[in-house]
Design a protein around this ligand. Structure first.
Ligand SMILES: NC(=O)c1ccc[n+]([C@@H]2O[C@H](COP(=O)([O-])OP(=O)(O)OC[C@H]3O[C@@H](n4cnc5c(N)ncnc54)[C@H](OP(=O)(O)O)[C@@H]3O)[C@@H](O)[C@H]2O)c1
Length: 391
Protein backbone atom coordinates (compact mmCIF):
# COMPACT_ATOMS: atom_id res chain seq x y z
CA UNK A 1 0.00 0.00 0.00
CA UNK A 2 1.60 3.33 -0.99
CA UNK A 3 2.09 6.07 1.59
CA UNK A 4 -0.61 8.73 1.04
CA UNK A 5 0.82 12.15 1.84
CA UNK A 6 -0.62 15.61 2.50
CA UNK A 7 1.92 18.44 2.28
CA UNK A 8 0.69 21.46 4.21
CA UNK A 9 2.70 24.41 2.85
CA UNK A 10 3.78 22.74 -0.41
CA UNK A 11 4.81 26.03 -2.05
CA UNK A 12 7.44 26.90 0.58
CA UNK A 13 11.08 25.91 0.76
CA UNK A 14 10.40 22.65 2.65
CA UNK A 15 7.27 21.89 0.62
CA UNK A 16 9.08 22.26 -2.72
CA UNK A 17 11.95 20.04 -1.52
CA UNK A 18 9.45 17.48 -0.24
CA UNK A 19 7.88 17.25 -3.71
CA UNK A 20 11.33 16.68 -5.27
CA UNK A 21 11.96 13.93 -2.69
CA UNK A 22 8.59 12.27 -3.34
CA UNK A 23 9.07 12.48 -7.08
CA UNK A 24 12.41 10.65 -6.71
CA UNK A 25 10.99 8.06 -4.27
CA UNK A 26 8.64 6.67 -6.92
CA UNK A 27 5.13 5.17 -6.85
CA UNK A 28 5.17 3.98 -3.21
CA UNK A 29 4.75 7.64 -2.13
CA UNK A 30 1.64 9.38 -3.40
CA UNK A 31 0.74 13.05 -2.99
CA UNK A 32 -2.92 13.24 -1.96
CA UNK A 33 -3.14 16.88 -0.86
CA UNK A 34 -1.23 20.14 -1.29
CA UNK A 35 -1.74 23.55 0.27
CA UNK A 36 -0.52 27.13 -0.11
CA UNK A 37 -1.35 30.43 1.54
CA UNK A 38 -1.34 32.74 -1.51
CA UNK A 39 1.05 31.25 -4.12
CA UNK A 40 -1.69 29.99 -6.42
CA UNK A 41 0.38 29.89 -9.63
CA UNK A 42 2.95 27.56 -8.09
CA UNK A 43 0.25 25.49 -6.40
CA UNK A 44 -1.50 25.03 -9.76
CA UNK A 45 1.78 23.89 -11.36
CA UNK A 46 2.38 21.43 -8.51
CA UNK A 47 -1.18 20.12 -8.85
CA UNK A 48 -0.67 19.59 -12.58
CA UNK A 49 2.48 17.54 -11.95
CA UNK A 50 1.36 15.51 -8.89
CA UNK A 51 -2.42 15.26 -9.49
CA UNK A 52 -3.50 15.40 -5.82
CA UNK A 53 -7.12 14.75 -4.80
CA UNK A 54 -7.23 17.99 -2.78
CA UNK A 55 -5.62 21.43 -2.93
CA UNK A 56 -6.16 24.16 -0.33
CA UNK A 57 -5.62 27.92 -0.17
CA UNK A 58 -6.28 30.49 2.54
CA UNK A 59 -8.96 32.72 0.96
CA UNK A 60 -11.86 32.64 -1.52
CA UNK A 61 -10.10 35.15 -3.79
CA UNK A 62 -7.12 32.83 -4.07
CA UNK A 63 -9.43 29.87 -4.59
CA UNK A 64 -11.11 31.65 -7.52
CA UNK A 65 -7.76 32.34 -9.17
CA UNK A 66 -6.65 28.77 -8.50
CA UNK A 67 -9.83 27.39 -10.06
CA UNK A 68 -9.17 29.35 -13.23
CA UNK A 69 -5.55 28.16 -13.35
CA UNK A 70 -6.58 24.55 -12.71
CA UNK A 71 -9.18 24.44 -15.45
CA UNK A 72 -9.68 20.81 -16.53
CA UNK A 73 -8.05 19.29 -13.42
CA UNK A 74 -10.10 17.16 -11.07
CA UNK A 75 -8.65 18.16 -7.66
CA UNK A 76 -11.15 19.42 -5.09
CA UNK A 77 -10.32 22.96 -3.90
CA UNK A 78 -10.66 23.67 -0.17
CA UNK A 79 -10.65 27.20 1.22
CA UNK A 80 -9.77 28.96 4.47
CA UNK A 81 -7.50 28.35 7.46
CA UNK A 82 -9.64 25.37 8.55
CA UNK A 83 -8.94 23.61 5.22
CA UNK A 84 -5.52 22.58 6.59
CA UNK A 85 -7.29 20.78 9.43
CA UNK A 86 -9.66 19.08 6.95
CA UNK A 87 -6.69 17.81 4.94
CA UNK A 88 -4.89 16.63 8.08
CA UNK A 89 -7.98 14.64 9.11
CA UNK A 90 -8.85 13.19 5.70
CA UNK A 91 -9.27 9.41 5.52
CA UNK A 92 -7.43 9.56 2.19
CA UNK A 93 -4.26 10.69 3.99
CA UNK A 94 -2.02 8.59 6.24
CA UNK A 95 1.01 10.93 6.44
CA UNK A 96 0.90 14.67 7.04
CA UNK A 97 4.00 16.73 6.31
CA UNK A 98 3.47 20.02 8.07
CA UNK A 99 5.61 22.65 6.35
CA UNK A 100 3.47 25.73 7.01
CA UNK A 101 5.35 28.59 8.65
CA UNK A 102 4.51 29.84 12.15
CA UNK A 103 1.74 29.18 14.65
CA UNK A 104 -0.74 28.92 11.74
CA UNK A 105 0.24 25.25 11.56
CA UNK A 106 -0.91 24.43 15.10
CA UNK A 107 -4.59 23.41 14.59
CA UNK A 108 -3.77 21.07 11.66
CA UNK A 109 -0.84 19.47 13.52
CA UNK A 110 -3.14 18.80 16.49
CA UNK A 111 -5.82 17.41 14.17
CA UNK A 112 -3.36 15.05 12.46
CA UNK A 113 -2.11 13.82 15.85
CA UNK A 114 -5.69 13.35 17.09
CA UNK A 115 -6.43 11.17 14.04
CA UNK A 116 -3.38 9.01 14.76
CA UNK A 117 -1.61 10.02 11.53
CA UNK A 118 2.07 9.83 10.89
CA UNK A 119 3.12 13.44 11.36
CA UNK A 120 6.34 14.65 9.73
CA UNK A 121 7.03 17.96 11.43
CA UNK A 122 9.03 20.69 9.70
CA UNK A 123 6.85 23.46 11.16
CA UNK A 124 8.61 23.80 14.52
CA UNK A 125 6.35 26.45 16.03
CA UNK A 126 3.49 24.09 17.07
CA UNK A 127 5.87 21.93 19.12
CA UNK A 128 7.57 25.00 20.56
CA UNK A 129 4.30 26.62 21.67
CA UNK A 130 2.12 23.62 22.45
CA UNK A 131 4.64 20.82 22.90
CA UNK A 132 2.98 19.36 25.98
CA UNK A 133 -0.46 19.28 24.31
CA UNK A 134 0.73 18.00 20.93
CA UNK A 135 2.93 15.20 22.29
CA UNK A 136 0.21 14.14 24.75
CA UNK A 137 -2.44 13.97 22.01
CA UNK A 138 -0.02 12.07 19.74
CA UNK A 139 0.68 9.54 22.52
CA UNK A 140 -3.00 9.09 23.32
CA UNK A 141 -3.98 8.56 19.67
CA UNK A 142 -1.02 6.52 18.45
CA UNK A 143 0.33 9.22 16.15
CA UNK A 144 4.03 8.96 15.26
CA UNK A 145 5.85 12.30 15.35
CA UNK A 146 8.82 12.39 12.99
CA UNK A 147 11.11 15.41 12.98
CA UNK A 148 12.05 17.06 9.70
CA UNK A 149 14.21 19.83 11.14
CA UNK A 150 17.74 18.63 10.33
CA UNK A 151 18.88 18.99 13.97
CA UNK A 152 15.95 17.01 15.38
CA UNK A 153 16.22 14.40 12.66
CA UNK A 154 19.87 14.00 13.70
CA UNK A 155 18.93 13.68 17.39
CA UNK A 156 16.15 11.23 16.48
CA UNK A 157 18.67 9.08 14.60
CA UNK A 158 21.31 9.31 17.37
CA UNK A 159 18.68 8.40 20.00
CA UNK A 160 18.33 5.01 18.35
CA UNK A 161 21.72 4.12 19.95
CA UNK A 162 20.34 4.11 23.51
CA UNK A 163 17.38 4.71 25.83
CA UNK A 164 15.99 8.14 26.77
CA UNK A 165 16.97 7.37 30.39
CA UNK A 166 20.57 6.92 29.20
CA UNK A 167 20.84 10.38 27.60
CA UNK A 168 23.17 12.78 29.43
CA UNK A 169 22.64 15.67 27.04
CA UNK A 170 21.48 16.69 23.59
CA UNK A 171 23.74 19.04 21.66
CA UNK A 172 21.95 20.99 18.94
CA UNK A 173 24.27 22.48 16.35
CA UNK A 174 23.72 25.86 14.73
CA UNK A 175 25.44 27.43 11.74
CA UNK A 176 25.58 30.73 13.64
CA UNK A 177 23.80 32.51 10.77
CA UNK A 178 25.09 35.70 9.15
CA UNK A 179 26.05 37.34 12.47
CA UNK A 180 28.28 34.66 13.98
CA UNK A 181 31.03 36.43 15.92
CA UNK A 182 29.23 39.81 15.85
CA UNK A 183 29.08 41.95 18.99
CA UNK A 184 25.74 43.31 20.29
CA UNK A 185 26.87 46.78 19.07
CA UNK A 186 27.45 45.51 15.54
CA UNK A 187 23.88 44.17 15.43
CA UNK A 188 22.58 47.76 15.87
CA UNK A 189 23.45 48.57 12.25
CA UNK A 190 22.26 45.37 10.58
CA UNK A 191 20.20 45.74 7.36
CA UNK A 192 17.39 43.50 6.08
CA UNK A 193 19.60 42.39 3.19
CA UNK A 194 22.39 41.30 5.57
CA UNK A 195 19.95 39.47 7.83
CA UNK A 196 18.50 37.58 4.85
CA UNK A 197 21.95 36.47 3.59
CA UNK A 198 22.27 33.12 5.36
CA UNK A 199 25.74 31.64 4.83
CA UNK A 200 24.60 28.00 4.47
CA UNK A 201 20.86 27.36 4.13
CA UNK A 202 18.33 28.65 1.55
CA UNK A 203 15.02 28.90 3.44
CA UNK A 204 11.84 30.96 3.66
CA UNK A 205 12.21 34.59 4.90
CA UNK A 206 10.81 34.06 8.41
CA UNK A 207 13.13 31.20 9.36
CA UNK A 208 16.06 33.03 7.73
CA UNK A 209 15.55 36.02 10.04
CA UNK A 210 15.04 33.60 12.96
CA UNK A 211 18.43 32.09 12.10
CA UNK A 212 20.03 35.54 12.20
CA UNK A 213 18.64 36.26 15.71
CA UNK A 214 19.09 32.57 16.67
CA UNK A 215 15.41 32.55 17.60
CA UNK A 216 15.31 29.55 15.30
CA UNK A 217 17.64 27.68 17.65
CA UNK A 218 15.67 28.98 20.63
CA UNK A 219 12.49 27.41 19.23
CA UNK A 220 14.45 24.24 18.46
CA UNK A 221 15.57 23.94 22.10
CA UNK A 222 11.92 23.90 23.19
CA UNK A 223 10.96 21.63 20.27
CA UNK A 224 13.68 19.12 21.31
CA UNK A 225 12.53 19.24 24.93
CA UNK A 226 9.11 17.94 23.88
CA UNK A 227 10.05 15.67 20.99
CA UNK A 228 12.61 13.76 23.04
CA UNK A 229 11.16 14.22 26.54
CA UNK A 230 14.46 15.52 27.93
CA UNK A 231 14.62 18.38 30.51
CA UNK A 232 15.62 21.63 28.85
CA UNK A 233 18.71 22.00 31.05
CA UNK A 234 20.14 18.94 29.33
CA UNK A 235 19.91 20.55 25.90
CA UNK A 236 22.92 22.59 24.73
CA UNK A 237 23.68 24.60 21.62
CA UNK A 238 27.02 24.70 19.83
CA UNK A 239 27.80 26.80 16.79
CA UNK A 240 29.17 24.64 14.00
CA UNK A 241 29.74 26.85 10.95
CA UNK A 242 30.21 24.01 8.44
CA UNK A 243 26.68 22.61 9.18
CA UNK A 244 27.82 19.03 8.56
CA UNK A 245 27.23 17.59 12.05
CA UNK A 246 23.48 18.13 12.33
CA UNK A 247 23.32 17.44 16.09
CA UNK A 248 24.67 15.06 18.74
CA UNK A 249 23.50 13.01 21.72
CA UNK A 250 25.79 12.29 24.66
CA UNK A 251 24.93 9.12 26.60
CA UNK A 252 25.70 8.39 30.27
CA UNK A 253 28.70 6.19 29.37
CA UNK A 254 30.34 9.18 27.67
CA UNK A 255 29.63 8.06 24.09
CA UNK A 256 28.63 10.90 21.80
CA UNK A 257 26.56 9.85 18.78
CA UNK A 258 26.09 12.28 15.91
CA UNK A 259 24.46 12.32 12.49
CA UNK A 260 26.41 13.92 9.65
CA UNK A 261 25.40 14.88 6.16
CA UNK A 262 25.57 17.68 3.61
CA UNK A 263 23.46 20.73 4.53
CA UNK A 264 20.51 19.63 2.41
CA UNK A 265 16.94 19.40 3.69
CA UNK A 266 16.07 16.60 1.23
CA UNK A 267 17.74 14.05 3.51
CA UNK A 268 15.75 14.73 6.73
CA UNK A 269 12.55 15.16 4.71
CA UNK A 270 13.11 11.80 3.05
CA UNK A 271 13.96 10.03 6.31
CA UNK A 272 10.73 11.30 7.91
CA UNK A 273 8.79 9.86 4.95
CA UNK A 274 10.59 6.50 4.63
CA UNK A 275 11.29 5.84 8.36
CA UNK A 276 12.16 3.23 9.57
CA UNK A 277 13.59 2.42 6.16
CA UNK A 278 16.52 4.15 4.51
CA UNK A 279 16.59 4.38 0.74
CA UNK A 280 18.92 5.95 -1.82
CA UNK A 281 17.68 9.42 -2.67
CA UNK A 282 18.61 12.84 -3.97
CA UNK A 283 21.24 13.69 -1.34
CA UNK A 284 24.84 13.58 -2.47
CA UNK A 285 27.40 11.57 -0.45
CA UNK A 286 29.38 13.41 2.20
CA UNK A 287 33.10 13.79 1.43
CA UNK A 288 34.75 14.54 4.76
CA UNK A 289 38.24 14.66 3.25
CA UNK A 290 37.08 17.59 1.07
CA UNK A 291 35.57 19.39 4.08
CA UNK A 292 38.73 18.82 6.13
CA UNK A 293 37.91 20.68 9.31
CA UNK A 294 34.81 20.80 11.53
CA UNK A 295 34.66 23.64 14.07
CA UNK A 296 32.52 23.99 17.20
CA UNK A 297 32.14 27.08 19.39
CA UNK A 298 29.85 28.40 22.10
CA UNK A 299 27.27 30.99 21.05
CA UNK A 300 27.68 34.46 22.57
CA UNK A 301 24.69 34.95 24.95
CA UNK A 302 24.76 38.76 24.75
CA UNK A 303 24.62 38.72 20.95
CA UNK A 304 22.01 35.98 20.77
CA UNK A 305 19.56 36.92 23.52
CA UNK A 306 16.94 34.51 22.14
CA UNK A 307 18.91 31.52 23.42
CA UNK A 308 18.93 32.70 27.06
CA UNK A 309 15.22 33.53 26.80
CA UNK A 310 14.46 30.05 25.42
CA UNK A 311 15.68 28.34 28.59
CA UNK A 312 13.67 30.73 30.83
CA UNK A 313 10.56 30.31 28.69
CA UNK A 314 10.87 26.51 28.58
CA UNK A 315 11.32 26.31 32.37
CA UNK A 316 8.31 28.58 32.91
CA UNK A 317 6.13 26.64 30.45
CA UNK A 318 2.35 27.25 30.27
CA UNK A 319 1.57 30.25 28.07
CA UNK A 320 5.16 31.63 28.11
CA UNK A 321 6.34 29.77 24.94
CA UNK A 322 3.32 30.87 22.90
CA UNK A 323 3.94 34.52 23.83
CA UNK A 324 7.66 34.10 23.06
CA UNK A 325 6.80 32.76 19.59
CA UNK A 326 3.90 35.08 18.73
CA UNK A 327 5.84 38.21 19.71
CA UNK A 328 8.69 37.01 17.53
CA UNK A 329 6.42 36.25 14.55
CA UNK A 330 4.87 39.73 14.77
CA UNK A 331 8.25 41.42 15.23
CA UNK A 332 9.87 39.52 12.34
CA UNK A 333 6.95 40.50 10.10
CA UNK A 334 7.51 44.14 11.10
CA UNK A 335 11.26 43.81 10.40
CA UNK A 336 10.63 42.21 6.98
CA UNK A 337 8.24 45.10 6.20
CA UNK A 338 10.95 47.64 7.08
CA UNK A 339 9.05 48.93 10.13
CA UNK A 340 11.67 48.17 12.80
CA UNK A 341 15.42 47.62 13.12
CA UNK A 342 16.93 44.17 13.58
CA UNK A 343 17.70 44.57 17.30
CA UNK A 344 14.13 45.66 18.01
CA UNK A 345 12.91 42.14 17.22
CA UNK A 346 14.32 40.79 20.47
CA UNK A 347 13.45 44.02 22.37
CA UNK A 348 9.79 43.44 21.47
CA UNK A 349 9.94 39.76 22.40
CA UNK A 350 11.47 40.57 25.81
CA UNK A 351 8.89 43.30 26.38
CA UNK A 352 5.99 40.91 25.72
CA UNK A 353 7.43 38.26 28.03
CA UNK A 354 7.94 40.88 30.79
CA UNK A 355 4.34 42.09 30.54
CA UNK A 356 2.69 38.69 30.23
CA UNK A 357 0.85 37.09 33.15
CA UNK A 358 1.76 33.47 32.58
CA UNK A 359 -0.82 30.76 33.06
CA UNK A 360 1.29 27.75 33.98
CA UNK A 361 -0.93 24.70 34.43
CA UNK A 362 -3.68 22.92 32.48
CA UNK A 363 -3.49 25.36 29.58
CA UNK A 364 -6.13 24.71 26.92
CA UNK A 365 -5.80 25.34 23.18
CA UNK A 366 -8.13 28.36 23.55
CA UNK A 367 -5.88 29.85 26.24
CA UNK A 368 -2.83 29.30 24.04
CA UNK A 369 -4.57 31.05 21.13
CA UNK A 370 -5.65 33.92 23.42
CA UNK A 371 -2.07 34.40 24.63
CA UNK A 372 -0.88 34.29 21.00
CA UNK A 373 -3.36 37.04 20.04
CA UNK A 374 -2.47 39.11 23.12
CA UNK A 375 1.25 39.09 22.24
CA UNK A 376 0.62 40.03 18.59
CA UNK A 377 -1.63 42.93 19.65
CA UNK A 378 0.95 44.14 22.19
CA UNK A 379 3.68 44.20 19.51
CA UNK A 380 1.37 46.15 17.19
CA UNK A 381 0.49 48.64 19.99
CA UNK A 382 4.20 49.19 20.74
CA UNK A 383 4.93 49.79 17.05
CA UNK A 384 2.07 52.28 16.72
CA UNK A 385 3.16 54.08 19.90
CA UNK A 386 6.76 54.32 18.73
CA UNK A 387 5.65 55.69 15.36
CA UNK A 388 3.59 58.35 17.14
CA UNK A 389 6.58 59.28 19.33
CA UNK A 390 8.81 59.49 16.21
CA UNK A 391 6.47 62.07 14.63
N1 LIG B 1 13.35 25.96 5.04
C1 LIG B 1 14.06 25.14 5.76
O1 LIG B 1 15.17 24.71 5.36
C2 LIG B 1 13.55 24.69 7.12
C3 LIG B 1 14.36 23.84 7.90
C4 LIG B 1 13.85 23.36 9.10
C5 LIG B 1 12.59 23.76 9.54
N2 LIG B 1 11.85 24.61 8.78
C6 LIG B 1 10.54 25.02 9.27
O2 LIG B 1 9.57 24.61 8.31
C7 LIG B 1 8.49 25.55 8.25
C8 LIG B 1 8.39 26.05 6.81
O3 LIG B 1 9.58 26.75 6.48
P1 LIG B 1 9.88 27.25 5.00
O4 LIG B 1 11.27 27.79 5.01
O5 LIG B 1 9.52 26.18 4.04
O6 LIG B 1 8.83 28.46 4.90
P2 LIG B 1 8.31 29.22 3.59
O7 LIG B 1 9.26 29.00 2.46
O8 LIG B 1 7.99 30.59 4.00
O9 LIG B 1 6.96 28.42 3.23
C9 LIG B 1 5.85 28.42 4.08
C10 LIG B 1 4.70 27.65 3.47
O10 LIG B 1 3.55 27.82 4.30
C11 LIG B 1 2.51 28.53 3.59
N3 LIG B 1 1.93 29.50 4.51
C12 LIG B 1 2.48 30.64 4.97
N4 LIG B 1 1.64 31.24 5.85
C13 LIG B 1 0.52 30.47 5.91
C14 LIG B 1 -0.72 30.58 6.59
N5 LIG B 1 -0.98 31.60 7.42
N6 LIG B 1 -1.63 29.61 6.41
C15 LIG B 1 -1.39 28.55 5.59
N7 LIG B 1 -0.23 28.40 4.90
C16 LIG B 1 0.71 29.34 5.07
C17 LIG B 1 3.22 29.19 2.42
O11 LIG B 1 2.32 29.44 1.35
P3 LIG B 1 2.64 30.63 0.27
O12 LIG B 1 3.80 30.11 -0.56
O13 LIG B 1 1.41 30.71 -0.52
O14 LIG B 1 2.96 31.85 1.07
C18 LIG B 1 4.27 28.13 2.09
O15 LIG B 1 3.68 27.08 1.38
C19 LIG B 1 8.84 26.65 9.25
O16 LIG B 1 8.19 26.39 10.47
C20 LIG B 1 10.35 26.52 9.43
O17 LIG B 1 10.77 26.94 10.71
C21 LIG B 1 12.30 25.08 7.57
Amino acid sequence: MPRRIAILGSTGSIGRNALRVIDALGPDYVVVALSAHTSVELLAEQAKQFEPRFVAVSSSDHARRLRALMDGQKAEILVGPESLTELAQSDDVDTVLTAVVGAAGLPSALAAARCGKRLAIANKEPLAIAGELLTRIAREHGSTLLPVDSEHSAVFQAMQSGLVAEVRKIILTASGGPFRGASPDQLEEVTLEQALAHPVWRMGPKITIDSATMMNKALEIIEARWLFDVPVDRIEVLIHPESIVHSLVEFVDGSVVAQLGRPDMCLPIQYALTYPRRVAGLSQPLKLDEIGCLRFERPEPETFRALTLAYEVARTGGTAPVVFNAANEAAVEAFLAGRIRFVQIMDLVERCLDEHNVKQRNVSLEELLDADGWARRLVERRLTLERMIDY
